[in-house]
Structure formats: C-alpha cells, structure tokens
Design a protein around this ligand. Sequence first.
Ligand code: DX5
Ligand code: ZN
Length: 217
Amino acid sequence: MAKIAPSILTADFTRMGETVQMLDAAGADWIHCDVMDGVFVPSITFGQPMIKALRKITNKPLDVHLMLSDSLRYIEEFAEAGADIITVHPESVSSVHLHRVVSKIRACGKKAGVALNPATSLDALEYIYDTIDLVLVMSVNPGYGGQAFIPAMLGKIEKAARRISQLNLAIELEVDGGVSLKNAAGIRDAGATVLVAGHAVVDAEDPSGAMRAIAGR
Ligand code: DX5
Ligand code: ZN
C-alpha cells in the first residue's frame, strides 16, 4: 500500500475548490500542487495565492511541487501560504546550491523534497539524504499532465528505494507522471511510497475507486 497524491493540474480551474474537497473526501492522502513558472518548464500554472486558497478548504497535506527557475526566492512565501511539503528541482538555476535550498525549506518548518527529472541521476542526492524528507522521481519530463510513463524510470525507483532503505532514513519516495491504474502496482513494487496521479484520478468517473486502486488498498 502506498499513499496517493492526486495532482490538481488536470482539474477544471473554474471548479478548483469543489475538486479539492471532492478529492479530500474521496480518500486523497496529500493534494499535489504543480507550480510552474513558464521558464523552468513551458507551462504556467498557479502560485502562492492558490496554495493559500486551498489551505482554507482542506486539512490534507499540501504537497507543493515547485517547477521554478528560482525556487530559493519563493520558499518562505510558499511556506507562509500553507504548503506542508515543498519539493524543488536540482536542475533549476537557484538549486545549484541544493543543500542551501532544502535546508531553507526545513528552517521554515516544512518537509523538504527533491524532484529529479528523468535524465538526472540519483547521485545528486548522495550527500544531502540526511537533509531531505522526500525524493520525487519524475516519470515524465515535467511541464504537462497526461503524458506517458517512461518505463526506464522503474529501475531508478528501485535504485532510490534501495539507497533509502540502506541509509535507514524516513524518506518518502514519490513518483510523478503518467501513473495509471495499469502501471501503479509495478511502481509500488519498485518501492514507491507515494504515487502522484493527475489524469488517472481527476478525470476518472470514479476518483475514489481510482485512488484506492492506485494506492493498492
Ligand atoms: C508534470 C506534473 C505532474 C502531472 C501529473 O509536470 O509534475 O504532477 O500533473 O499528471 P499525470 O498523472 O496526468 O501525468
Ligand atoms: Zn508534480
């Protein structure tokens, strides 16, 4: 059994509040919020005001995935807006000093995550495992919902799971992109502890059933 974090990226933005309340009541463990700046990734989604608004309507942890070229600059603002988990990309310019960025997230009293693009090696994490709470393996190139899962990421998930278990640290292993009812069991077997799903949950006829099936419960 894994946690399920539905991504609101594929939601109808005119009905965001209702959708998040529906996902909350239907069994979401976390609410995954994709923040994109149009520079680090091609799309622009939403920012701190959305997190602040969602904070008022759900008590579920807000899992904020920052796809920003300058995440360092915005960490305090997202923490204040009500994020519980803040995840950054080491491939972005300000994350050259990744240890500083994740330390700042923790200094704000939040859980710190690092998201790795498909082409980025796990080696980027080797010296900061004790400073993070979550590893996010991207199983698509970030930027859009509804893309296909990249099969080679299964090996990366297995490798990350092995390393985390060797280190015996309480680090969640989250997988994001192209997660479906068909591939979820394989992703859980590879060692993922949190599965993000946008299209497969938010666009499903039965989001509650889809979340149960993806989480394996
Ligand atoms: C991709 C985002 C994902 C995306 C997942 O850039 O980080 O969270 O919303 O959506 P699906 O599950 O549809 O691939
Ligand atoms: Zn995401």
